[in-house]
Design a protein around this ligand. Structure first.
Ligand code: CAA
Length: 298
């Protein structure tokens, strides 16, 4: 494994590209336009600066990491030499299925095709490719350079050989991979999203305010972020999409998304990326300020 193609330069894609490049892989970062790619590269440079300041890497490692990344807007040019493709495009089934169909034509027959999807079925993604045995889930956690977990998801047809290769590769990146089977939400989001949804219901029903709910979970359960702050960090639209996958995949009403979450996403309050969610976010400020809408609630 030497040439890694990462598709998508958003939050997850740039973190995945950063991590592979830091560990010496040649990374081709693909996105639909130059603006998205330069934003992704800028984020990688800023996060590398953060690591240099903390003393966890040297200036030389930063320079080498950036030199290992080449950007492409053309999928064929960016993916044709890949040993492994990690897709981290928008969490939309049509976009992902279309991408994997194209990748199956562009890439060599030994190329492993991985998806960073947080909830879309790997078996379904694999079904549009010529070699479903080579398709696997590689679910990194945000922020990718920091979080140790890779949830490695075996689709119905994923081979043992491909699974062992991806487990070993994840360890090579300094991660602790965990192998799971392909059912809705896998493990991470099957457990995380009901907790976040319940926190939103707790707010919706007026049991407690935003600050109080997050404080209970931070100080009482030693979570680094409360569930409402974490939902903002993940993106409320992403949380809603995952809950919908759990709800329709299991047909169980316990996964039904809270109406408050649905309203917030419909109104464009999607969390950190929109500047507003349960908290409001000002660029450059680390202060956690409860959004106006929820001020005074308890
Ligand atoms: N790139 C590189 N380094 C980063 C970084 C980034 N993007 N973000 C933070 N860091 C580093 C910092 O430099 C710092 O390093 P040291 O430990 O060496 O000092 C460390 O991470 C901690 O950062 P901070 O001190 O700035 O802030 P913090 O202590 O509040 O930690 C956090 C930040 C790691 C994000 C922490 O708040 C946390 O763990 N939050 C929960 C994250 C989580 O649950 N992620 C999973 C989300 S779910 C998901 O991703 C999948 C899904 O399908 C929905």
């Amino acid at each position: 494994m030497k040439n890694i193609t990462v598709i998508g330069s958003g939050t997850m894609g740039n973190g995945i590209a950063h991590t592979f490049a830091q560990y010496g892989f040649t990374v081709s970062l693909v996105d639909v336009n130059e603006a998205a790619l330069s934003k992704g590269l800028q984020t990688i440079a800023n996060n590398l600066d953060r690591q240099v300041k903390k003393g966890s890497i040297t200036e030389q490692v930063k320079a080498d990491t950036l030199a290992n990344i080449t950007t492409y807007t053309d999928l064929t040019a960016g993916a044709q030499n890949a040993d492994l493709v990690v897709e981290a495009a928008t969490e939309n089934p049509d976009i992902k299925l279309n991408l994997f169909k194209q990748l199956s034509d562009i890439c060599g027959e030994d190329t492993i095709l991985a998806s960073n999807t947080s909830s879309i079925s790997i078996t379904r993604i694999a079904s549009v490719t010529k070699k479903p045995g080579n398709v696997i889930g590689m679910h990194f956690m945000n922020p990718v350079p920091v979080m140790k977990l890779v949830e490695v998801i075996r689709g119905y047809s994923t081979t043992n050989e491909v699974t062992s290769t991806i487990m070993a590769l994840s360890r090579h990146l300094g991660k602790d991979p965990v192998e799971v089977n392909d059912y809705p939400g896998f493990v991470a989001n099957r457990i995380l999203m009901p907790m976040i949804n319940e926190a939103i219901y707790t707010l919706y029903e007026g049991v407690a305010g935003v600050h109080e709910i997050d404080t209970v979970m931070k100080l009482g359960m030693a979570h680094p972020m409360g569930p409402l702050q974490l939902a903002d960090f993940i993106g409320l639209d992403v949380c809603l999409a995952i809950l919908n996958v759990l709800h329709s995949g299991f047909g169980n009403p316990k996964y039904a998304p809270c109406p408050l979450l649905v309203n917030m996403v419909t109104a464009g309050s999607t969390g950190v990326k929109s500047g507003n969610g349960f908290y409001k976010y000002t660029p450059g400020s680390k202060e956690l300020v409860v959004a106006d809408k929820f001020n005074g609630e308890s």
